[in-house]
Ligand binder design. Structure first.
Ligand code: IMP
Length: 179
């Protein structure tokens, strides 16, 4: 059965099912539980893309934690503009805390580097990145993500928070652009 979908002017084909995403999210959650239990940890979700991943991940981690969200934008359409705009929304103190950034996807890594730079200035005990998807072949950044859901090829994807010009964020599975 053809389960392709149409978003705006493009066709996308199913890539990662809802079940496979959720079971990987559970695995990452148990890794984070092991690494951060008994620590003061602040999770920083990057909006808009990471809202669904952050929500499922936080529900799977059953220890005391803080969560906050920041907003940053670097993408228009299906090609990176390479321009990272402002980072807004973080009012929490980071002193004495371990910070884990939650991203939907690391592509070139520019956004991640910018967020690291910004958060380092606030003197946390440590910073790591947790991303659901990692396009490792496209990566040209400095800070590699420590926690990775899926390494994926350098192809455009949507769903589970990720958008194509704001379409597709609400899909509960991930689709790949059909060339
Ligand atoms: P980077 O700065 O190149 O690593 O890009 C990071 C941001 O670009 C992500 O947070 C996404 O918002 C967006 N992005 C990168 N690849 C994709 C994709 O395949 N689909 C949707 N958004 C993407």
């Amino acid at each position: 059965m053809n389960r392709d979908i149409r978003l705006l002017d493009k066709t996308f084909t199913p890539y990662l099912s809802a079940d496979s995403i959720l079971s990987r999210v559970d695995e990452i959650a148990s890794q984070l539980r092991q690494d951060y239990r008994n620590e003061k940890v602040l999770f920083v979700g990057v909006l808009n893309g990471a809202f669904m991943f952050a929500s499922d991940l936080m529900k799977s981690i059953n220890f005391d934690l803080e969560i906050s969200f920041v907003k940053v934008a670097s993408y228009e359409g299906t090609a990176s503009t390479g321009v990272v705009k402002d980072l807004i929304g973080l009012n929490n103190s980071l002193e004495g805390k371990h910070v884990v950034i939650i991203e939907d996807i690391v592509d070139t890594g520019r956004t991640a580097d910018r967020i690291f730079e910004y958060l380092k200035e606030k003197n946390p005990m440590s910073i790591e990145m947790c991303t659901l998807l990692y396009k490792s072949d496209a990566f040209e950044g400095i800070e590699e993500p420590k926690y990775v859901g899926f390494k994926i090829p350098n192809k455009f994807v949507v769903g589970y928070g990720l958008d194509y010009d704001e379409a597709g964020r609400n899909l509960n599975e991930i689709y790949q652009l059909k060339e």
